[in-house]
Design a protein around this ligand. Structure first.
Ligand SMILES: Nc1nc2c(ncn2[C@@H]2O[C@H](COP(=O)(O)OP(=O)(O)OP(=O)(O)O)[C@@H](O)[C@H]2O)c(=O)[nH]1
Ligand SMILES: [Mg+2]
Length: 267
């Protein structure tokens, strides 16, 4: 029998030691379930629950899980600062401890841990793997029409405005290898909600790292409340527009030529 410590050292073949960062805010109904599913689906990975002092006691539930499982860790943060800040703290935690790859995963079950082995397999030949809802073979279950439209339109806008060949730039189920995290200037990242995922996609694309998309089965959350708000959508819209304008200004200054489709190719 392989001891837990040995399994942790081995990690995922061809990728190395993997830390799944799960940000939580009021996910008491979900946190035990998602941790158990990850442990079952990918026994060699470790988990970091990054909790923003959830009033519903999610942090204490995560602590109890960590006490009985050496592959589960908890990062307690002082208060709610948004998804982006929680992920940045999780990335820093992972880098200090020398993990070879970090996974982003929601706590609400929308990102199926059963898809994780396929994402990690793809990471053998990529620096960033995006679990994509909008790639051939993906499935989106039980999402209302308005959420489907929001995601499709938001991704279309991000792709055209930023010239990124990424179908699901807002998706939050991802693998970042340490090579990608080292190439991206994480200090410069300031967005919070969906914009955080778009900003990291943009920075990864501009850093020239290898990005691949793998189809996933995405499902609407079954328990707990969404933290999505009109403010998060608005943040994504104004930030994407701001980056697009900034890219064009930079391109003009450097004498780069836009392409026929109005996009800018980075050298
Ligand atoms: N630590 C931390 N986690 C957060 C914060 N806001 C959201 N989260 C977590 O981020 C993940 C995604 O949030 P969701 O509310 O599911 O947002 P969403 O998936 O865009 O929206 P839905 O599709 O409606 O579920 C969940 O695990 C949340 O608990 C925050 O401010 N701090
Ligand atoms: Mg969700």
């Amino acid at each position: 029998m392989v001891e837990a410590a040995d399994t942790r050292t081995v990690g995922h073949p061809g990728v190395g030691r993997v830390l799944v960062v799960i940000p939580t805010y009021n996910e008491a109904d979900n946190v035990s379930r998602i941790v158990a599913r990850v442990r079952e689906a990918a026994p060699a990975v470790e988990i970091l629950v990054a909790d923003d002092n959830s009033p519903d006691g999610t942090g204490a539930i995560a602590d109890a899980l960590a006490r009985t499982d050496p592959q589960v860790h908890v990062l307690h943060r002082e208060g709610k600062e948004g998804l982006g800040a929680a992920y940045l703290a999780g990335f820093a935690w992972a880098r200090r401890r020398g993990y070879d790859a970090v996974v982003e995963m929601d706590a609400d079950g929308s990102h199926a841990p059963e898809d994780l082995p396929a994402l990690l397999d793809a990471a053998r030949d990529a620096d960033v793997v995006i679990g994509s809802r909008w790639t051939c073979g993906a499935q989106v279950l039980n999402w209302p029409l308005r959420r489907l439209l929001l995601s499709r339109c938001g991704n279309l806008y991000a792709r055209l405005a930023l010239g990124m060949p990424v179908a699901d730039a807002t998706g939050g189920y991802r693998v970042y290898r340490s090579t990608a995290l080292a190439a991206i200037d994480l200090e410069s990242v300031s967005s919070q909600g969906y914009a955080f995922q778009v900003e990291l996609s943009r920075l990864a694309h501009r850093a020239g790292v290898r990005i691949v998309e793998v189809p996933i089965t995405f499902a609407e959350r079954e328990h707990g409340d969404s933290k999505m708000s009109p403010l998060i959508v608005a943040e994504a819209l104004w930030r994407i527009t701001g980056w697009a304008l900034q890219d064009r200004r930079t391109a003009v200054r450097r004498g780069l030529h836009g392409t026929a489709d109005g996009q800018v190719r980075w050298p």
